[in-house]
Design a protein around this ligand. Sequence first.
Ligand code: PLP
Length: 408
Amino acid sequence: MKTFEYPQSAAWFQRAVQVIPCGIYGHFSPAPCPPVSAYPFFGARAKGARFWDVDGNEFIDYMCAYGPMILGHGNPVVDEAYQAQMREADSNSIASTRMVELAEYLVDLVPIADWAFFAKNGADVTNYAVMIARAATGRSKIIGIQGGYHGTSPWMQAPGHHGLIEADHQHVIRIPWNDLGTLEQAINRHANDVAGFIATPYHHPVFADSELPADGYWSSVEKLLRKHGIVFIIDDVRCGFRLHMGGSCEHFGFKPDLICFCKAIANGYPIGIAIYADHFADLVEPVSKTACSACSAASATLKLIADQNLLRRSEQLGEFFKEKLHEALGTHSLLRHIRGLGLMIEIELINQEAALATHHRASRAGLITGTGNVRPGILRLTPPLIFTAEMAEETARILAAAISIADD
Ligand SMILES: Cc1ncc(COP(=O)(O)O)c(C=O)c1O
């Protein structure tokens, strides 16, 4: 098995800590993911499903920059669409016709959509959705799911996060996932003051296992919210256009009022989009935000996914990948479970020690998998839709050699 070394990364890190808090922040900061010898700290270039670090080591990228690189790094069609628009105009002072084209495309593509509203990132659109819910109902409370992440705004952070004040959470009620009884109680307790309910289409929290909706969960939630006039918001920032071209709600068979899209829409170019039904149209103006200029990249990304039927391919490849992982790891005593939807796969090992050791050995052999460092016991594999059967086989081989309870 290969074992990468990272001397250049280490040297850059010494420079970084002089000028950037912690040197690197996020899940790949050395603080949350010891031992530091396991990871490359700094990347140099990326192409397709792979990237290279500053030491020249090559990795399959199972994080896709936390989701956005859905077509892989440097997709030529998307990059050309973006650059062609840049040559014409980028952040123009007045509106762009590219935005109209993209809105038309989305309104055709997404069944619940009558309108599309554009912003710069995921937090913009989840904030916007909450404001729309409050404006539409004249109420204050927002119900969310415990452990759910919707961006960096104060109301979205877990209670206890530094820098928050009590008022940030005063109107946010967090309930457990898949728990209709608690949802009903929360609605009844705050009679006539619940503006909106926000959740991801399936539960994929950072610090806990992913969980699918229980049978009938979404249809019951939909009924309950309709009965009480509560705005139904789906945060599809992470899963949007990975499960269904019409929004993940179509995959699970329900109809929200508002869908927040972001990461995958423009293959890494900065854009967030809120999609919503007719009855909120009048509320846009009072809470509108600056639009961004990656519409051409978004149109190219979505058309490429649709025209090449990449979601069907990703469903089949996901099943193949799970089969290969089962063949390679299935009988290993450290394995607990292999699960996943499409190309969003999780390998659960028996404990954190095994996950960290395996994660680190696999990293040094060329796989960057997600968040074994933050969720005890889990390796997350979310490759781009251009992933191949050969990469699945290569990964299964590396993981079979890497699975271990002890780090090197
Ligand atoms: C489910 C979900 N919603 C919202 C966001 C926020 O998106 P952004 O980082 O673009 O603001 C994220 C970011 O990871 C996310 O995973």
